[in-house]
Write a protein that binds this ligand. Structure first.
Ligand code: GLU
Length: 444
């Protein structure tokens, strides 16, 4: 019995109405998995491995009530999607952003299953968060929100059950408040969250890990083409943690980074950012325009994206679906040869089709941005053994993990003409282990 792609997608659409991002993520994965499975593992089809992998093991939705600074009652919705635990305890970030809904979190949790599998660390996949908007909130409001959020979440997570971390809107400060409340409720100091501060159970290099890992992956892509990053022009979107450390590592590796962006527009510095310029930028917060006051060669392009500037390498590091068909065509027309995703699903399906048709190298987030969760896995290891490893040790391990993910992508994604379909490689490479584990663990 073989599975049909069209039937599966129609079935998924019927069961998950109004979840376009989730359907998009599922479509991008199963169109590679079904032909592979029908050819190599027909018994997985009988066991309905794919049908099961797209159904979350558990979806938790809860009310989060908190008091703002004016003593007004505020209500948000909290979620945790425990997607798949075949390979290990649930693992994945928490996102606090007004756009958070079931569709967004289910797509992120689904991607996380494959990403975590690719790291080679025994981790299941999950995601969670809230439609709470941290923008403009005071420190005390953030704390009260995090405490209220944890008052419900604590009963569903644990160091051996589900280990949340950060994502958009959740950084070390929020992890601190969440951790403090968990510790108080459970009377346990355990590795229940990752992304902790370096003095209280966190790992060195965790803040840098997603951005550094992205560049280690891009370095592998270029080495496999017998090319180097020296002198390459890089456009980056976003201005958060991932974008910042991706730029730092790209500069260290000899590339020239020329853009950052946020929802107000794109900052373009034709001379390239330097470590000093990056430092200045980090003091500006959301005001990218403020950079021009010091570096007058730079330009701020209001409401524009970085994809209209000439580059060799594009690194979307902001958010989902930020790079569409027209942007993809622009990049190709301007000579871009490599796109690697620091964010989760920043390229639309149509954009990816253009990259593949033009045979430019495209690395999907589940492979290229796996460095963040990989170092979260290393943070868990350090918590288990009660030790803290040196920054060098963590960084070296991160590098090896990214090299291994790259090898997996080559193994399953290299075509007979020599072109590497990294998306296919990551989808199949991530899937195999999960499928084998699901088969072994029976119908649960
Ligand atoms: N939110 C990050 C991701 O998208 C990190 C998750 C984690 O460290 O658990 O992979």
């Amino acid at each position: 019995m073989s599975s049909s792609f069209i039937d599966l997608i129609n079935h998924t659409k019927g069961k998950n109405p109004n979840q376009p991002e989730f359907i998009q993520a599922v479509t991008e994965v199963v169109e590679d998995l079904i032909p592979y499975m029908n050819e190599k593992h027909p018994t997985w089809s009988e066991l309905k491995i794919i049908e099961r992998i797209i159904e979350p093991e558990r979806v938790i939705s809860f009310r989060v009530t908190w008091l703002d600074d004016n003593n007004h009652v505020q209500i948000n919705r909290g979620y945790r999607i425990q997607m798949n635990s075949a390979l290990g305890p649930y693992k994945g970030g928490l996102r606090f952003h007004p756009t958070v809904n079931l569709s967004i979190l289910k797509f992120l949790a689904f991607e996380q299953v494959f990403k975590n599998s690719l790291t080679g660390i025994p981790l299941g996949g999950a995601k969670g968060g809230s439609d709470f908007d941290p923008k403009g909130k005071s420190d005390m409001e953030i704390m009260r929100f995090c405490q209220s959020f944890m008052n419900e979440l604590y009963r569903h997570i644990g160091a051996e059950t589900d280990i949340p971390a950060g994502d958009i809107g959740v950084g070390e400060r929020e992890i601190g408040y969440l951790f403090g409340q968990y510790k108080r409720l459970q009377n346990q100091f355990t590795g229940v969250l990752t992304g902790k501060g370096k003095f209280w159970g966190g790992s060195y290099i965790r803040p840098e890990a997603t951005g550094y890992g992205l560049l280690y992956f891009v370095q592998c892509m270029f080495e496999s083409l017998n090319e180097s990053l020296v002198g390459k022009i890089v456009t980056i979107s976003g201005a958060g943690n991932v974008a910042y450390y991706a730029a730092e590592k790209a500069i260290q590796l000899g590339a020239k980074v020329v853009t950052f962006s946020n929802s107000t527009g794109t900052l373009y510095d034709p001379d390239g950012f330097t470590p000093e310029k990056l430092h200045f930028l980090s003091t500006l917060g959301r005001d990218l325009n403020g950079y021009i006051s010091k570096y007058s060669n730079a330009e701020f392009h209001q409401d524009s994206k970085p994809w209209c500037f000439k580059c060799d390498i594009a690194l979307p590091c902001a958010t989902e679906n930020e790079l569409n068909e027209a942007d993809a065509q622009n990049l190709i027309d301007n000579g871009c040869i490599c796109v690697a995703e620091g964010a989760n699903m920043p390229s639309t399906r149509e954009a990816i089709q253009i990259f593949h048709k033009s045979k430019i190298y495209f690395a999907p987030g589940k492979a290229a941005n796996a460095g963040g969760v990989a170092v979260s896995g290393l943070e868990m290891s350090q918590n288990w053994i009660g030790q803290q490893w040196s920054p060098d040790k963590v960084d070296n391990r991160l590098k090896v993990i990214m090299e291994n993910i790259h090898k997996t992508c080559l193994k399953y994604g290299k075509e007979s003409c020599g072109y590497v379909n990294y998306l296919k490689g990551a989808n199949i490479g991530g899937f195999i282990k999960v499928a084998v584990a699901m088969k072994a663990q029976g119908l649960v």
